[in-house]
Each structure stands twice: as C-alpha cells, then as structure tokens.
Write a new protein. Structure first.
Length: 268
C-alpha cells in the first residue's frame, strides 16, 4: 500500500486529479474499450472533481469514452433532492464535462425492488469489464462508501442500514436535523471496491487522523473497513498533513521518504 502525503488539501486534490486524468489518457479509451471509473461523493473529492473539470476545460482530457459507477445512494430520497448523490455528482462533476449521460451509473434508491437494483448494479460492473480505478473517501470511523464498522470485507452491493454515527455526521447536510437524514442507503460492498484494478483513497483533515492510523498501522479489521486496502495489490492512500497527526513519526517519515519523487504532478 502506498501513502502519498501532501502539504494541504489543495495540493492533494490537484495531484489526484492529474493521476486520474493520466490513467484515463494512457489507457486511450474507445467506444468499444472504455475506461471504467469508480467515484465517491462527500466533501473529500470535491477538490479533485474541480481539478478534473479544469483539466477538461483546458482541453487536456475527454470523458466521452469513460464509464462511471458511483459508490452509493440514499434510499427513498428523490434524485433531484439537493442532498441526493445523483444531484451531487451532476452538480460537482458530470454537468461540467463531456461524459455521455448513458455512461453514468448511480444506484437508484427509489427502485421498486432494491435488492434487484443491487444485483443488477454488480452485473453492470462485470458487463463493463470491471472497474479500472476506484476513487474513494474514508469516514471518521474508517468506513468506505456505506460499509460501516462490522461490514464484511467480502461484501457486495446491497441495502445498508446506517449507524447513528453516520446519520449524525451527515446531518450537517440536512439542516443539522438527524430526523431528516435517510436511515438506509444502497452501497457497493468492500469486495466490490477491492475487485477494482486500482484503488485510491482520499483522506483529508484532522477528523480523519484516527481512522488513517487504524487503517495504516494496525491490521486488517472489519471494524475499519478501509483497512482491506492493505490486501490490495495496487492501493494508494493520498492524504494531507493534518490527516497524519495520529500516525507514528517513523511511519510519516518513511512514506515521505519513499514517495518524495511522487509528489510532482503526473504528466498529462
């Protein structure tokens, strides 16, 4: 597992965006052989999405032959609700780039048969040829997508009842009223993410420091589901200095030393 430590959120967001763009460009996707990209929501990737938009606007990147799969969506929240993940993705990324609407895949939390929706989502990923690069965030309790503490590390896309901690954390998007936050969501599984060819996890801010410490310095544990990244052949954590506050000094120095040359922006 690689850990690339940046000084601040801005530099890490720019680096991640250039890394993703370089991967897409070097793949040279075509209509018959598209690049398949997994994407998260939440506050962590917003900077990366803005940088991707900038790269696209500069004419350096096209998404015409990119297929995306998002991690999750709330259950029983209208797609046009300002806090739905459909709305989030179109607001922060998709409406600003040239990706065809039919290439965008987001779980339907209003489907008449939610279990069928989850099964078919997994099938769509397989039919697309699997995910080449999955971008993800991390919760303060070390969860990825809505795979909260205790989730199976082999889990697949499914219906998930949200913990109070997650509901409370997300209440900031719902007028700080926990009663307005959906209690269930559809989410890809840990196994779904780990099946990807490559995984990048964004970790920023002091609030994520304890989770990063658990994920990096302790063992694989279903109570900290991102720790499954330790078992991935091509897993990268990209973080800022604040997120490293709970790591041992030796751990931080080690990764800064071996990744020093990686801090330069990947060429486009």
């Amino acid at each position: 597992m690689r850990i690339v430590i940046h000084e601040n959120y801005g530099s890490m967001s720019q680096w991640i965006a250039h890394y993703v763009a370089q991967k897409i460009k070097s793949y040279n996707p075509t209509p018959d052989n598209p690049f398949v990209l997994g994407l998260p929501t939440g506050s962590s990737p917003i900077g990366t999405y803005q940088e991707l938009i900038n790269i696209h606007t500069e004419g350096k990147l096209s998404f015409k032959n990119v297929i995306t799969f998002n991690m999750d969506e709330y259950v029983n929240l209208p797609e046009d609700h300002p806090e739905s993940y459909h709305y989030f993705m179109w607001h922060h990324l998709f409406s600003h780039i040239d990706i065809p609407k039919e290439n965008v895949n987001i779980l339907n939390g209003n489907a008449p048969d939610l279990e069928k929706e989850c099964r078919e989502y997994e099938e769509k990923i397989v039919q697309a040829g699997g995910i080449h690069l999955f971008l993800g965030g991390i919760g303060p309790d070390g969860h990825i997508a809505f795979n909260e503490p205790g989730s199976s590390l082999q889990s697949r896309t499914r219906i998930k009842t949200l913990t109070y901690d997650t509901i409370l954390a997300n209440s900031r998007f719902f007028d700080n009223d926990v009663s307005k936050v959906p209690k269930k969501a559809l989410t890809v599984g840990v196994g779904t993410v780990m099946d990807s060819d490559e995984v990048i996890i964004i970790v920023n801010g002091y609030k994520k420091a304890r989770a990063l410490q658990k994920v990096v310095e302790e063992g694989v544990n279903h109570m900290w589901t991102v720790s499954a990244l330790q078992m991935h052949e091509r897993g990268i954590i990209v973080c800022d200095e604040e997120a490293t506050m709970d790591l041992k000094v030796g751990t931080v120095k080690y990764f800064k030393d071996i990744e020093q040359s990686s801090l330069q922006l990947p060429p486009l």
